[in-house]
Design a protein around this ligand. Structure first.
Ligand code: BDR
Ligand code: CA
Length: 348
């Protein structure tokens, strides 16, 4: 059983991470914080609430707004991939103005900020060193996490692990060498990588294997639904399935036009939750990982020392082999887990 906190920037694949975080057995979601990234911080905050509502999450799962911009660099969003508001083209999601969605963003009194909410969740779970720990999952730029570890170093003992989707081993997606989440806030990522707590990175090399193929889409829509690629089924068997179908379809179109992915889109962020609930689906290896902070062409690249050039100690911190890096995924096992979550959500 793992206690998790999800820091995200929904985002189509972040939305699927939220679905898994709410409905995967063996993980209990303590809260969600949001960050600038795929869209503005205001939009990603709103989108998290729209997703929690649409996925029938228990009302006591709260959302906390985080950083509206990176630590140092100019803010960047990604409308080309996710649409202007971060969840373009998704049918059946309630608008952010819908009252029950707004309710999900309310708190008694002043709205606590992300880093304070994370601190409170860790304190309450860890109970000053005697209780359980919390795994902090990041599926967006790491600004909130970097601020949390900087402001609350005394709580690091209560963190079981940091798991983040980001980076690549020799590949990027938003520059020749950098992946979007790391590129948005490279300094924040380096701060987190230097923290002496276990970390696991789920890089593009692995997320690009988690492609939603037509076969998975057919299963999502259930086999008897009338279906042909590119055309919405007359009726998916449930509203949830229709929503997810349109979400995946929009994401697929973005990935086709931007990156030439012809077989479907990668569900990057959902892998973070799958890794925590079902680590046996992944093969990982421990390396020294740093972020290029000053390269003319390579800023935001994750530098993974696969040949152990840098002499490192055994710590997870500044001088150590600081990060587990996922190297492969049991793809069909992952999509089975995804479809099981959809069925569980349908049954609520
Ligand atoms: C990452 O960037 C965003 O587009 C996705 O939500 C994911 O977190 C992939 O590079
Ligand atoms: Ca994301």
């Amino acid at each position: 059983h793992r206690n998790i906190w999800l820091d995200c920037d929904p985002g189509h694949d972040d939305a699927t991470a939220i679905l898994l975080a709410v409905h995967t057995p063996g993980v209990s979601l303590l809260g969600i914080s949001t960050v600038h990234g795929n869209a503005s911080a205001e939009n990603t905050n709103n989108n998290a609430a729209r997703c929690l509502y649409a996925f029938a999450a228990p009302e006591d799962i709260k959302i906390y707004p985080g950083s509206t911009k990176p630590l140092i660099r100019p803010t960047r969003h990604d409308p080309e991939i996710h649409g202007i508001d971060g969840l373009g083209g998704v049918e059946g999601l309630p608008p952010g103005t819908y009252k029950p969605v707004q309710e999900r963003l309310k708190h008694p009194g002043r709205v606590p900020k992300a880093i304070d909410a994370i601190a409170r969740a860790v304190e309450q779970t860890w109970k000053d060193g005697a209780g359980d720990k919390v795994t902090i999952i990041s599926s967006g730029p790491m600004t909130n996490i970097a601020l949390f570890v900087s402001v609350y170093p005394e709580l690091l003992g209560g963190i079981e692990e940091f798991v983040f989707m980001g980076g690549g081993v020799g590949i990027g997606n938003r520059s020749a060498s950098a992946e979007f989440n790391i590129l948005c806030d490279p300094e924040a990522a380096q701060i987190v990588l230097d923290v002496p707590v276990k970390k696991t990175m789920i890089p593009l090399n692995v997320t690009h294997t988690a492609i939603v193929t037509l076969e998975t889409l057919r299963k999502l829509l259930s086999s008897d639904a009338p279906y042909s690629p590119g055309v919405a089924p007359v009726k998916a068997s449930t509203n949830l399935r229709h929503m997810l179908w349109t979400l995946i379809w929009y994401f697929a179109e973005s990935y086709k036009s931007t990156f030439g992915f012809m077989h479907g889109p990668p569900l990057h962020d959902a892998l973070t939750i799958a890794y925590v609930s079902n680590p046996e689906l992944f093969k990982c290896k421990r390396y020294r990982v740093d972020v290029e902070l000053s390269g003319t062409h390579t800023a935001g690249e994750t530098v993974v020392d696969i040949w152990n050039y840098r002499s490192c100690d055994d710590s997870w911190g500044r001088d150590g082999k600081n990060c587990m890096v996922a190297e492969s995924l049991d793809v069909s096992g992952f999509f089975q887990l995804f479809l099981d979550c959809v069925s569980r959500c349908d049954a609520v």
